[in-house]
Design a binder for this molecule. Sequence first.
Ligand code: CP3
Length: 344
Amino acid sequence: MALNDRFLKACRREQVDCTPVWFMRQAGRYMAEYRAIRAKHTLLEICAQPELAAEVTLQPVHALGVDAAILFADILLPLMPMGIHLEFAKGEGPVIHNPIGSRADVETLRVIDPCEELAHVLEAVKLVRRELDGKTPLIGFAGAPFTLASYIIEGGSSRNFIKTKQLMYRDSQVWHALMSKLAQVIATYLVAQIEAGAQAVQLFDSWVGVLSPTDYREFVLPHSQVILQTVKASGVPAIHFGTDTATLLPLLTEAGGDVIGLDWRIDLDRGWETIGFDRAVQGNLDPVALFAPRDELERRVRRILDQAAKRPGHIFNLGHGILQETPVENVKAVVEMVHEFSQR
Ligand code: CP3
């Protein structure tokens, strides 16, 4: 396989031979190869063992021909050495046994050194880089402070984020103390991943779309901005991702990122215009389009490429992660369609 740098070129809005494509959650339970490893190990075991994490990271690169690898890890991993008791309960998603709700709770959280406490993740980065041998770029990632705060305040996944917003509205000082602790850890964690070899990083603010623009500006923007400014100084591209962000796009752009994520709830051309054509964008296929008949899937892929109009700086992706029931042959077909239909 020849060196493939179209993903990194698109992050920098340089000319590409065709549009790069990768998928959020491209390694996971929709793939038989992943299920085979998961039958023998828990999610946290895979994340804790660099050889397993590296193997799973490479599975979709080999099976799908995507233009980037994303490190196999989880956004919640850094919370464990900070003092959060995390478990992935079967069929329930993440469960946190000691949720944070008060100033005293926030004070117990440790500001960790990722080089010490997350050394296994950094080792996985090094292993993947060695195995990819420069042929496919590797993306590192972390959760953004709001999305991480929501898990540690709610004690797990949430629908209405009541406890999270309650803390924000009741005691803004405690809120900001929690957010700045998280931002400090995440910034050093991303820099450590870059130093270990990550060639781009993605900041996942998956649930930030539950906020109004006014609340985003006051309670979130300054903290995400600290992280994205720190990453900018390291010189590798940063992708700033959220969902349900149609009305937040100008503020996400202001917070930072070389590439801004677009989910499917806004047309790509309108979203990109709002962000500004001087930034790159990533998205925006509905993950459920992968369940459509092949000709309908093709129409939807073409529509996104038409809206991107071969402007420099489009990375094809879903608007959110691949769902567990997704037919793998449709994922593979999208990679082929994007490459074929977008030839320059
Ligand atoms: O994209 C990749 O292939 C890399 C791996 C990756 C995982 N989690 C592995 C994982 C990435 C990038 C994440 C990020 C992540 N984790 C996010 C942000 C992205 C998003 O989807 O919004 C969030 C919110 C989490 C938290 C999390 N981890 C939840 C809510 C769950 C349970 C939900 C579920 O799908 O079961 C997880 C578990 C998790 N992390 C799985 C995988 C592949 C499911 C797997 C398993 O049990 O094997």
